[in-house]
Ligand binder design. Structure first.
Ligand SMILES: [Zn+2]
Ligand SMILES: [Zn+2]
Length: 425
């Protein structure tokens, strides 16, 4: 009885391999071995293996790359999947963010990485589902302990005012009040932006070469002034499509990439039933502005990465099998269907896919150097109207709170605003 149960379970594991194709053979072997050789686990020591990634608990090896999906979804906002965003961490200490779609900033913060270490952002194009969280990331950096300027890379424009430089300038202008008030409240040194605009038509030209890392772009076909990226370091190659139809450039320049992350859409039928698209909208959006799953499979068959990753669709119980089935018509190699917080550890020897376990109650990582807070009241003085509008009795209670805070902490912080109605009398 017991034996047949084990055999049945083992058969189930084997059968599922057809779907979970990236499951390493070694994992399967050790799982089967574990069934025949019971492992004794200590009742007091840590659990002897981790099948998940807890952010902040693992040191990167000097030759290791870690990629974390902080957004794998669509412009249709949902709790389960933010829009496009991938964090790449290297064993030399460098970190890069590729695309920063709506909702991705909270995923990034849940990793607990200091923002001072996440100051390099690369945008493949300027759609909201790839760039929409950048303003929040940039402007609220100072209240999240970022004291380092942000470096941004993005494509030039096909019209004046459309490129990344103009986009960033317009962003700063649009959020001028935000910047002034935010910068007056806490150390504002992180509110500096370096914009590096590159020629979106350049083919496989480096746009970044520092510290042994080379990042190149080639045109993405999605709407002119879009690009795809490759990042090369220590013989490892990461490729990220942003949004694109499969291109001859991708075919030429990502062959044999270690981790190849390319967009892929759900079948057009789902776009009609779930989004309410018309047939022509579904076909246009799902196969002419984006990559149909069958086409994703084809480009992966042609480029043969060590691991292919498809993203940019709602990865659900009903869509995932349909996407997988469509991809399998044209590609039978290693594949992951990306979800938010999927993590890939990449070395020359192995690629390991796990799910990350993020902190749902994240606070900012500690400051990386001494803070220099501004004189807030002097930097952003309130008008007579504002000062005279402060409720006197609430101000008195607040002043009392500040006194108690000072007594408790041995500080001598002066109330900036709540004290003024009294001081002026
Ligand atoms: Zn797009
Ligand atoms: Zn997109």
């Amino acid at each position: 009885m017991k034996k047949s149960l084990i055999v049945g379970f083992a058969a189930g594991v084997v059968a599922s391999v057809g779907l979970v194709v990236s499951l390493p053979v070694d994992t399967l072997k050790s799982a089967i071995a574990a069934m025949s050789e019971p492992v004794e686990w200590s009742p007091t020591k840590p659990f002897p293996k981790h099948d998940v990634y807890y952010p902040g608990t693992e040191e990167l090896a000097p030759d290791e790359m870690r990629v974390i999906a902080c957004g794998t979804g669509m412009p249709q906002p949902r709790l389960k999947q933010a829009a496009a965003c991938y964090v790449v961490e290297l064993g030399n200490g460098d970190k890069f963010i590729f695309d920063m779609g709506e909702g991705s900033f909270e995923r990034i913060m849940a990793l607990g990485i200091p923002l001072d270490q996440l100051n390099k952002v690369f945008l493949g194009h300027l759609h909201l589902d790839h760039a929409g969280d950048f303003p929040a990331f940039y402007f609220t950096g100072p209240v999240n302990n970022r004291l380092t300027p942000v470096r941004l890379w993005g494509p030039n424009g096909i019209k004046p005012g459309w490129g990344t430089k103009a986009w960033a300038e317009n962003m700063v202008e649009m959020w001028a009040w935000e910047e002034a008030t935010r910068g007056a409240a806490v150390d504002p040194r992180g509110l500096k932006l370096e914009v590096n605009e590159f020629d979106w038509t350049a083919i496989n030209e480096p746009i970044y070469e520092e510290n042994g890392v080379v990042i190149r772009t080639f045109p993405a076909i999605h709407g002119d002034q879009s690009v795809s990226f490759t990042l090369e370091w220590k013989g490892l190659k990461f490729a990220f499509s942003s949004d694109t139809l499969p291109t001859k450039w991708w075919r030429e320049h990502t062959v044999g990439a270690d981790l190849s992350i390319h967009e892929c859409f759900i079948p057009a039928d789902f776009m009609m039933s779930k989004y309410g698209f018309t047939p022509s909208e579904a076909i246009f959006v799902g196969s002419q502005g984006h990559t149909a799953a069958e086409a994703f499979g084809k480009i992966m068959s042609q480029t043969k990465p060590r691991l292919a990753v498809c993203y940019h669709f709602q990865n659900d119980h009903d869509t995932a099998p349909a996407v997988l089935q469509a991809i399998r018509k044209t590609y039978d190699g290693p594949l992951d269907l990306a979800q938010d917080f999927m993590v890939w550890n990449v070395t020359k020897e192995a690629i390991r896919t796990r799910m990350g376990v993020p902190n749902h109650e994240a606070f900012p990582a500690p400051v990386q150097r001494q803070k220099q807070p501004p004189d807030s009241a002097a930097e952003f003085p309130f008008s007579k109207l504002s000062l005279e509008s402060i409720d006197i009795e609430s101000a008195a209670v607040t002043n009392q709170m500040i006194e108690e805070f000072n007594a408790r902490n041995g500080t001598s912080v002066e109330p900036a605003y709540t004290g003024l109605p009294f001081k002026s009398q």
